[in-house]
Write a protein that binds this ligand. Sequence first.
Ligand code: EMZ
Length: 392
Amino acid sequence: MSECPFKKSEFPDAFAETRKEKGLGYMDDQNDPVQMVMRLRDLRKCAHDWQTYSSAGEVGRTVVPSEVSIRDTRQIPFEVDPPEHRPYRDLVEDWFKRPMKPEYHEKVKKIIDEVVDAALDGKELDVVSEFALLIQSRALTLLLNSSNYDESDVWIGWGTHVFRSEGEDLDGDKAALLYEYIDREIDRAEANPCGDLYSVLLESEFEGRKLTKEEIKGVMILTFAGGRDTVINFITNSIAYFAENFDQLLTLKDDDTAVSRAIEELVRYFSPLTQLARVATKDAEVCGSKIEKDTRISLCYAAANRDETVFKDPNVVDFNRKMNPHVAFGFSTHSCLGNQHARAIMRMLIKSLIEKVGRIELTGGEENIEELGEYRRKVGFNSLTAKFYPVD
Ligand code: EMZ
């Protein structure tokens, strides 16, 4: 983890050569290798073909790095295949669309304004732990519809990743804290239903029965884990970008369509989630290479989002990009449930920055580099220090 050798908001494409030459990369992951699907069209095909590339195998194997050794609760609906997947997804889909409503946007804006205002005190701060983490955790109270805003302090205390200590590999003890926390919260909601996500799940009818606590836990683990480091990276990396390209931020003033395009472009470029895995249910083939039954492929979103056969000048952040069929939120059956929440956060962040901030100065930082076999991918920052200055 080194000092940034280039502009902080530059995120090089770690996969260019392999994507162009072979289309399929390789990495070992805890002795359970992964063949990485790097071209956009291949990725979409594989993501769509759940019969061949399953999410429903051993719990935790769908994630890279594999979480088999630290988790035995199945994340729902993320680790379930069709047709069982559909009713689970239906159960939570509307809930996760609430972030599209104007009143939700207003609440997100209030949370972000408070964090931005605090940043404007002229002191240097760490964008990861003192800005992005606060926004992610506090905004999560909205997604859960929790009336206890202060609960976000507990989540802030967990740091950026619920399964990893800072800069470390998977940490089973840390994961156990989350599981115990969720168990307690389910019991709390059972004793005192209050309209939050736990309570709603406890009350809902699923295929003529109630959900089990284990199923509810599976939804909640996904809600806590799936949108954590990803959202924190998205916010931090975007701050780095706007700091170094402040004029681009100003082009978005009072222009909702331009903001929408900018959000899609930033999420394409940063691809906060590098990849997720699938397990082959039978022998198959991608890009002329054999995929053996019961081995894993990954849908390498970060690579596909720089596919030069699809995106013109893929390494340029272009807010005017017209065609942007990125897969940063996944594709097909398992496309990101939290995408509207993430988009709402970015929309309100942009608005708040335009209203309140005149300049952002980056003063230091340490990149977060994922080591993926022969590939080294910058996915975000372990720290990013900055000073925020108010508008004149
Ligand atoms: C899993 C994954 C889902 C995994 C959308 O991504 O996110 C990862 O950060 C978690 O570690 O468990 O939820």
